[in-house]
Design a protein around this ligand. Structure first.
Ligand code: SF4
Length: 489
């Protein structure tokens, strides 16, 4: 029997392929670091939170599923106030609600348990500002639990509830979710029956435990999904036109492409074809030499954040005074979440010393987003903020305008590594820096001397990782400056 679990809704909505590999893969996909972190630690102390309830029974949730389920139902029959980590089973459906809380049944309904029913609660790491922002996967998970509860207690709970990272409880009306829930459910059931969805790579794939498997699959058939920035709709249009592989796309001349895929612009097709050529021939294609301002010193800027807490905690800046200089790295950080504002204001002090004409290079859109967010949230020196807004230059834009590279993704790591830059820490990645931040917080909070020393080492790793990121940005900019003139075709 193939089990259908609550986690499949989260995975399916991120990528249908993920569910497929979980069921039919070789079991080597594992779990991504952030998911593991959330599962292991959550973002607040659940047990402390549950002390708000009169009586919470915790179900030991390791071991035989059936036994855990029987124990959960026994507690439901007793009518305990709340059940932590219970298990719900109906046929091949298996749900693991974080919490079941006793409630009154709706007027006119009769519960098999007595004059009570249970409603499912799910604890999430995000802060939900508005109920309209509750993600579908959260709603579907609650609907899934509610439908199993209906089988057990004879009454469908009217509400499920999300507890967010700020400990705010958001009720979700189950009946309102059901139509969309069933649509998604049918698609997941098709996958469980063996229907394999087509792989489709995107930048978020890197967080997936199946990333390397999907890349191998796509490489095996040379699928056009390997082209950077191809959208699902572009992929479908190329498929309809009979262009399914990178080699086919690379080999088709542009006029034929324009005729074959009239819904796509010539510019877009040129861009996709160029990328296909770079991949097929495994070499970079120069589009145009980039222009950079000559003002010195110039600066390289990178921020570290922890999305588990909605926190942006480290601002790193590399000052480079001349074309061959190594540069001087400085940073400010909030090693406790409550120091975020102080960290921002300290960063603005660093910015106020930057000359007005100096460019501040960063890679991607994240830095700009955080700067506008913090300017609104915390304010600070208007001159420093204006300087950031005016002088910040996204190097990713320069890369895309200047060159097509033989890589599947244009993240700083992918590109700088392809060009020969090495990060000091073997496990350096955005995901790991989040895990490291969470770890140092827990260690620092333990109050033990040994843990404080470990926390210090982790902090040093995070700072080194940030420094390497800004140095990689400098490395990349120098490589762009050294590009040859484009070859006329
Ligand atoms: S790597 Fe990408 S395509 Fe593959 S399962 Fe994960 S999210 Fe889906």
């Amino acid at each position: 029997m193939r089990y259908l679990t609550d986690k499949m809704f989260y995975k399916y909505l991120r990528c249908p392929h993920w569910v497929y590999w979980d069921v039919y893969g070789d079991g080597k996909g594992g779990e991504d670091a952030i998911m593991k972190k959330i599962r292991e630690h959550g973002v607040f102390d659940e047990r402390e939170y549950f002390s708000n309830f009169d009586k919470v029974e915790t179900v030991e949730n390791e071991g035989d599923e059936e036994e855990i389920f029987i124990h959960t139902v026994e507690l439901m029959k007793k009518g305990v106030a709340a059940i932590f980590h219970g298990r719900l089973i109906d046929g091949n459906w298996v749900g693991s609600p974080d919490l079941l809380v006793r409630a009154r049944p709706a007027a006119g309904s009769s519960s098999r348990l007595g004059d009570w029913v249970y409603e499912p609660y799910s604890i999430k790491s995000a802060i939900i500002e508005d109920d309209a922002d509750i993600r579908d996967e959260y709603r579907f998970e609650l609907a899934f639990h509610a439908l199993i509860l209906e089988k057990i207690q004879g009454v469908r709970p009217e509400f499920g509830h999300i507890i967010d990272a700020a400990k705010t409880v958001h009720p979700v009306a189950v009946n309102r979710v059901l139509e969309n829930f069933h649509l998604t459910l049918r698609q997941i059931e098709d996958i469980l029956d063996g229907k394999k969805p087509a792989p489709f790579l995107s930048s978020s794939c890197k967080e997936s435990p199946w990333f390397s498997k999907c890349v191998k699959d796509a490489e095996k058939c040379d699928d056009v999904c390997l082209i950077y920035k191809i959208r699902r709709s572009d992929h479908a249009k190329l498929y309809e036109a009979g262009i399914k592989t990178v080699s086919e796309l690379a080999a088709t001349d542009i006029d034929t492409l324009v005729q074959a895929v009239p819904e796509m612009s010539r510019r877009k097709l040129e861009m996709l074809k160029r990328q296909a050529l770079a991949l097929r021939d495994k070499k970079e294609i120069v589009i145009q030499k980039p222009f950079f301002p000559s003002a010195r010193p110039e600066y390289y800027f990178d921020i570290e954040g922890d999305p588990l807490r909605g926190l942006h905690y480290l601002f790193g800046l590399l000052e480079v005074k001349s074309d061959r200089a190594k540069g001087v790295y400085r940073h400010v950080a909030a090693w406790k979440p409550e120091d975020e504002k102080r960290c921002w204001l300290d960063f603005l002090k660093m910015v106020s010393k930057i000359p007005g004409a100096s460019p501040i290079y960063h890679y991607g859109t994240y830095e700009k987003t955080v700067v506008s967010l913090f300017a609104k949230k915390y304010g600070g020196s208007a001159r420093a903020i204006a300087k950031l807004e005016k002088n910040m230059t996204n190097l990713l834009t320069s890369v895309c305008e200047a060159v097509a590279l033989p890589v599947y993704f244009y993240s700083l790591k992918d590109i700088a590594k392809e060009m020969g830059f090495k990060w000091r820490h073997a496990e350096a990645s955005g995901v790991n820096s989040i895990v490291w931040y969470e770890d140092q917080l827990k260690l620092a909070a333990s109050g033990k001397k040994r843990d404080a020393a470990k926390a210090k080492r982790i902090i040093a790793d995070i700072v080194a990782y940030n420094e390497d990121d800004v140095r990689a940005t400098l490395f990349l900019k120098r490589r762009l400056e050294a590009l040859p003139e484009p070859i006329e075709t």
